[in-house]
Design a protein around this ligand. Structure first.
Ligand code: ADP
Ligand code: MG
Length: 369
């Protein structure tokens, strides 16, 4: 008999696509299928518009909540169809939802994409709203992937650090000493600043391999003022989002310069800021002989990766491909795992990461057929 399949659904701050995976956790972890569902332009624009305060938000959130849920259900149906998965083998969907506001200091975070509708359309039990229980227990509600990283990648011979470079970047520290707690937090921007700058200046959704950034020169003054942002020196637990790192913030910093810079030099500086904020965070922990593994879309940015390799030397820098999991699917797999945990009455958070008062079962269950 086959062990149950869990589906993970992830839509991150980048809004590049909806990631869907089908995985098994027993007897060991196995990635069975994956699918990337494109986000239609209208949904993309409506979501982007809700990242920041604006008029008539309740009405717009209500409509988008349903439109995203339909899209999530479509992603699941396409995953099932393309890989001929047997529906009766699927135990549950873990749906992260789309974050449209994350304000940990005000103790609230909002992910939308109505799980009632996902369960209704697919007939599959859906677990969702993972972050708010951790917040209710005093945590940041984020990042949640470290517990999964720990379950999958921790081992006693080697200090390991996982860095997920999505729209934002978060890291997980897996000490070789298994008695040490799992640590992790959001380091700051991932791709989000580079994406928004190249969109404005070249109408491209991202800077492939950091090629445009590589043609520019880092502006030291801009880099210094950006690195002076208090978020980077705050002690964890901490988490962030587009509320902090967005296009407006770049423009403010650029406007404060004495002479107006070339756009490509700003791009080079944003790439350097991204690399520095990640590497500084890692180097702060002063772990010897650590292996660093990247995942998320930013792991494909060769220029960024080269800078990180330099800043982290002599430590090994690779991607989760080295650990037999494609960097594109780690986060979605994590939400499948969180659903698996919840259905088994197990906790999903890492209190040492989020700052919650303790381990908690995460999410709510919307039963399928
Ligand atoms: N070849 C590449 N070069 C540079 N950046 C890339 C490349 N491939 C993907 N990305 C970046 O990865 C982002 C998507 O990463 P992802 O992990 O899906 O983030 P999120 O979780 O926020 O959706 C894209 O917006 C883009 O910036
Ligand atoms: Mg994505």
């Amino acid at each position: 008999m086959n062990a149950p399949i869990f589906i993970g659904l992830m839509s991150g701050t980048s809004l590049d696509s909806i990631d869907a995976v089908a995985v098994r956790f027993e007897p060991t972890f196995e990635l069975i299928a994956s699918h990337s569902e494109p986000i239609p332009a209208a949904i993309h624009a409506a979501t982007l518009a809700l990242f920041n305060p604006g008029d008539n938000e309740i009405e717009r959130v209500g409509r988008l909540d349903l439109a995203l849920a339909e899209l999530f259900a479509t992603a699941v149906e396409n995953l099932i169809k393309q890989h001929s998965l047997k529906r009766s083998n699927i135990a549950a969907i873990g749906s992260h939802g789309q974050t449209i506001r994350h304000r940990p200091n005000a103790h609230f975070t909002l992910q939308i994409g109505d799980p009632n509708l996902i369960a209704e359309r697919t007939g599959i039990t859906t677990v969702a709203d993972f972050r708010r229980r951790d917040m209710a227990a005093g945590g940041q509600g984020a990042p949640l992937v470290p517990a999964f990283h720990s379950a999958l990648f921790r081992q006693p011979e080697q200090n390991r650090i996982l860095v997920n470079i999505g729209g934002m970047s978060n890291l997980t520290i897996l000490d070789a000493d298994l008695d040490k707690p799992v640590l992790g937090y959001d380091t700051g921007p991932g791709n989000v600043l580079m994406d928004s700058w190249i969109m404005q200046h070249q109408q491209k959704s991202y800077d492939r391999d950091g090629q445009w950034a590589a043609t520019g020169t880092v502006i030291p003054q801009l880099l210094q003022t950006m690195l002076a942002l208090p978020y980077f020196s705050e002690t964890p637990p901490k988490s962030t989002g587009r509320e902090q790192f967005n296009h407006h913030w770049i423009e403010q910093q650029v406007a404060a310069l004495e002479t107006q810079p070339l756009p490509k030099d700003v791009q080079a500086t944003l790439l350097e800021l991204t690399a520095r904020s990640i590497a500084d965070a890692i180097n702060n922990h002063q772990l010897n002989n650590v292996q660093v593994f990247l995942c998320g879309g930013g792991s494909y940015n060769q220029q960024l990766k080269a800078r990180l390799a330099t800043l982290l030397a002599p430590n090994y820098l690779g991607t989760t491909t080295d650990l037999n999991l494609n960097p594109d699917w780690v986060e979605a797999a994590a939400f499948a795992w969180l659903a698996y945990r919840t259905l088994n009455h197990q906790s999903g958070n890492e209190p040492g990461v989020t700052g919650a008062a303790g381990y908690r079962p995460l999410g709510a269950i919307y039963w399928g057929e």
